[in-house]
Design a protein around this ligand. Structure first.
Ligand code: UDP
Ligand code: MG
Length: 236
């Protein structure tokens, strides 16, 4: 069994060492316990800080570390897609953020669920530590979007997940240009196993999302998976 960990990174020099150490400790123990081989694929999404230098240092001392480096910043969706495209031969792939907001200690549980036959294992965070207005807005968004679009999106579920080789192939078969992965992962099916965890505040570095970007992403979600808004416009 061969597992790959896929990590999109953009300007994460402040937290990358810490993340890599935690991840390596967990994987070196768990790979013995659950009997698998693994590697770690970083995708540097055009960072302008020392992220790429740090990744190269990891790769220099650890043959399990591989990386893709972008010529400029293309966004997390592009980084994930590039990583997925290079991973169609692995048995399972875990996508995880580089900022420790996705706790690597959940990976062993994810792999365990995969060995039990799940093709998707998703980590679902609660909203601990978030401001009230944001919680309300998110609830309203998920309530609305799930009434409108054909797939069902779950609050708290993002890109932190395990995909089996079959699920990776299914995701890759969709060659959308503007990718809304939250929707794509739901669209491919394979009833997922859900693992719940407590939301983690970013300890170092900053979120790359401005409110405007997040708002536009929410609109993408609304438009990517249905033609109801377009149809309504035509009716009007
Ligand atoms: N990221 C990326 N490209 C971007 C923005 C972010 O690869 O253009 C990575 C980032 O390094 C992190 C993950 O995507 O590993 C999530 O980004 P961020 O923490 O900014 O998002 P948030 O957690 O606030 O949703
Ligand atoms: Mg983050």
């Amino acid at each position: 069994m061969f597992i790959r960990i896929l990590i999109p990174c953009f300007n994460e020099a402040q937290v990358l060492h810490h993340m890599y150490e935690q991840l390596s400790d967990i994987l070196s123990v768990d790979s013995q316990l659950q009997q698998y081989r693994y590697d770690i694929l970083f995708v540097d999404d055009g960072s302008t800080d020392d992220t790429l230098t740090i990744i190269r240092q990891f790769a220099h001392v650890n043959r399990k570390v591989k990386y893709i480096s972008f010529s400029r910043n293309f966004g997390k969706e592009a980084a994930m897609y590039a990583g997925l495209k290079e991973s169609n031969a692995v048995d399972a792939l875990v996508i995880i953020d580089s900022d420790l907001q996705h706790p690597p200690e959940l990976i062993p549980q994810m792999i365990n669920a995969y060995t039990q036959g799940y093709h998707q294992v998703v980590a679902c965070r609660d909203r601990t530590g978030e401001q009230q207005w944001r919680k309300r807005l998110t609830k309203l968004y998920y309530g609305t979007i799930n009434r409108l679009i054909d797939v069902s999106l779950m609050d708290g579920v993002g890109d932190f997940r395990l995909l089996s080789q079959k699920a990776v192939h299914a995701v890759l078969s969709l060659s959308e240009y503007n990718r809304f992965s939250k929707g794509i992962f739901a669209w491919i099916g394979f009833a997922p196993k859900v693992i719940h965890y407590q939301n983690k505040i970013r300890v170092n570095g900053v979120s790359k999302w401005s409110f405007k970007q997040l708002f536009n992403y929410a609109i993408d979600g609304l438009l990517s998976f249905n033609n109801k808004p377009l149809r309504s416009l035509i009716y009007i």
